[in-house]
Ligand binder design. Sequence first.
Ligand SMILES: [Zn+2]
Length: 605
Amino acid sequence: MRFPQTFIEDLKRQADIVRIVQDYVALKKAGTNWRAPCPFHKETKPSFNVNPSKEMFFCFGCHKGGTVFNFIMEMERVTFPEAIKIVAEKSGVPLPKMIDDDRFETRKRDSDQVIDLNQWALQWWQDQLQSKAATSVRQYLKQRGLTEETVQTFKLGFAPDSWEALSTHLRQKGATQEQIEQSGLVVKKDEGGSYDRFRGRLIFPVFDTQGKPIAFGGRTLDPDGDPKYLNSPETPAYTKGRHLYGLHLTRDEIRRQGFAILVEGYLDLIVPYQFGVRNLVASLGTALTPEQVKLVGRFARKVLVNYDGDRAGVQAAKRAIETILAEDIEVKVLVLPDNADPDDFIRKHGVSEYNRRRGEAQPHIQFVIDQAVRDRHLNSPADKAAAVEETLPFVRAVRNRIQKREYFDIVMDGLRVQREQRRELWQQVRGGVSTDAVAVQKVFGRAVKPTVAEEKLLGLLLANDELRNIILPKLAPGDYEGLATAAIFRALKELGTAEKEITYESLSEATADNPVAAEILPRILINEPAESFDESLTDAERCLNSIRLERLNQIVDELTQQIAETERAGNIEKLIELQHRHLEVTKERDAVDALLPRGHSIRPA
Ligand SMILES: [Zn+2]
């Protein structure tokens, strides 16, 4: 299937490459070229160039370049013919009739053949599931709560534990060895010949939107079986990441309800479906692709992501959210309690409880914020920078500008980011396509660097065991959690409690992955303070008070800002509470301040 060459060349000339690229990248004019930070690699400087007179783009950073079609292929991850369609649509140019050439015909014939063989295999596997050999499989399905009707609806089957039973059946139906090998139903042997791919497995057929079987998943019934799920390879009928499981059954309900529930596995779809929740699709293990999102986007512009609540599920959900937002589709997230997947949850708590929870699903941004603040201390600037860095991609991915700003404000409020830093971050989010870690760190940069006081205190603690034994018990997490060097203080406390030796090695190990620690540990450890013990103790206490003063000042500032905002919003109750807190912290601050001798604050030596 291809377009006439003359059409492609005409289209390239008619398409305005600057305007089309601008749909994705905020280009700025620079001489004859237009420039922006590159959308294909992480950067803040604009190395990405578009030259309208040459009808080309090129990035000096990652060296990607080409025509408007190459840009769309890269950006939308589509094939050349699909890129032509997109460019034509964006340029308002009607498409000509396509040339059906031999290659297309061959591919279509191959694809139809694979589907024929899949039909035969599926019918046979369905029959096998009713056989005596499959008693334990039927038992398993019953135990998972699946009714006979559901088994029929989803056309589940059973592949017997044999190396050749299916191949033999296909040959009897008239398939050639070549066709059988092309279908992916068998695995080719190096020495020639082949054996059945699915053996001793429960079969879940995957259908295209027209309901044709294009691939299969086979679940092992052996508790030690590996892999748990075995999938079809790519064939002329099946390209990974192009299909969604269950869509042929659920598309109308998705359209009717106006949203799709996205789940992970076969049973996460089948079980809710049996209980009457029918606007689902399953992404099936692999990361959700833009093609899959476009596919579901044909039926609804809202998606509710309902993945497992475990760590892997949350990571997968976050990746899915980004992909969905990029297609300009609204996303909500449903996390079920106790890390339950939809299958488990519905069987345990019933469908009405599932529907109730579904009604309370969070907008994607709230889910992302919750994940970002989990295991982090927002009063630590380093942690806050990391949380912001983790969250901003989900704001940037929002296409609608007004919504983008709303989500941005929600994130900034949720992460309690100061007004000055908000302004800088918004410039980044609004401007470029990619804000990288470095740019975010820079905004928080002033705060992320260790202060002289904390570095000096650490130096004293590391150099002197006796001093450490006095000072460490006095240190509360609140004293150090806000510091750039929090990881080192935390490690010192932990090693102290475990009565482990404090050395460069043990500290490095305990602060692994912390860039600040990696940088300053050697520097601190190499110093041998030449002070007497008494002098060291006085210094250490002074450093500690200086750190406390700094922190309290910061809290006072934050409260002052919150009070101003609350006053504007007219929330009297909250205002009184904040003013009360402000008074308390100010008192505490002044008390610490009084302990520090005037003119003796800690300064660089
Ligand atoms: Zn680049």
